[in-house]
Design a protein around this ligand. Structure first.
Ligand code: 0L1
Ligand code: MG
Length: 255
């Protein structure tokens, strides 16, 4: 029987101290259910240190990323107050193991949402949409993991930046997204790469949080997932994302 609290402590410490650890699957392959229990236990440790849950992130929401990890469903993780980086602000590269950044769409919730919901029901619970950047950082050596590993590691959640909110009436089905590093284009994509439509990620988020007895709450942020591959972060980079018709969001990488 796996010692889930002990695994949660290992992963929480790895994230807290920015030190990579061996893949849990090397010694203790985790089912998805056990991996989500580990994730919840490791988040309890963060909450005990004063962090607050401020939303959730959806991961592996593009076909390319699912194929990369060899899975056919999305994963989710919890976002905390300590992961938030101000728009246009700085993050310290040294606070992470091997961080990467990816262009996303964020939903800002105004009503509770949980369980099996339609796209229209999901949309009715949204206050606003915004361009967003997600910082992911695997706590495993070489950014390698299996599905249980990455779920237990809070779906690689590490940081996020939210741009200016736009009215929910904005059509987000197929928006061009351009990620630049120091003014040079690093990645281009479309919001359609996020499960065919970012709203599908919100529907999946409502379904998946319900399996943990949780709900999306008013005020929550929901990161829908990446529209392109993630870009490795290094000190001195100025990262910017422009989302067609929605606006821009930026962050600077320090030592
Ligand atoms: O946000 C993501 O899609 C990342 C999920 C975990 C996989 C990874 O770290 O690339
Ligand atoms: Mg992501």
């Amino acid at each position: 029987m796996a010692d889930l609290p002990a695994i949660a402590e290992i992963l929480d410490e790895a994230a807290r101290t920015a030190n990579a650890v061996a893949q849990i699957s090397e010694t203790t392959p985790l089912t998805s259910d056990d991996a989500y229990r580990v994730q919840a236990l490791s988040l309890e440790r963060r909450y005990a240190r004063g962090e607050r849950r401020v939303g959730v992130k959806m991961g592996l929401t593009s076909r390319a990323k699912m194929a990369q990890v060899g899975v056919d469903d999305v994963v989710w993780g919890r976002l905390t107050s300590a992961m938030r980086i101000e728009e246009g602000g700085h993050l310290s590269r040294a606070a992470f193991v091997h961080p990467r950044i990816e262009p996303e769409i964020a939903f800002l919730m105004k009503a509770p949402l949980s369980g099996e919901v339609s796209a229209m029901e999901a949309l009715a619970a949204v206050e606003a949409v915004a361009p967003a950047l997600e910082v992911i950082d695997s706590r495993y050596h070489d950014f390698r993991f299996d599905l249980g590993d990455v779920i237990a590691d809070n779906a690689s959640s590490a940081g996020f930046v939210i741009g200016p909110p736009a009215p929910v009436s904005h059509d987000i089905a197929n928006l061009g997204m351009v990620l630049t590093v120091n003014g040079h284009v690093a990645e281009t994509g479309s919001s359609a790469a996020i499960m065919g439509h970012p709203l599908r990620a919100l529907v999946a988020a409502a379904r998946m949080v319900a399996t943990a007895g949780e709900e999306l709450r008013p005020g929550d942020i929901v990161l829908a997932g990446a529209a392109t591959a993630a870009v490795p972060l290094m000190p001195g980079q100025a990262i910017a994302l422009q989302v067609e018709g929605l606006g821009a969001v930026a962050v600077n990488i320090g030592d």
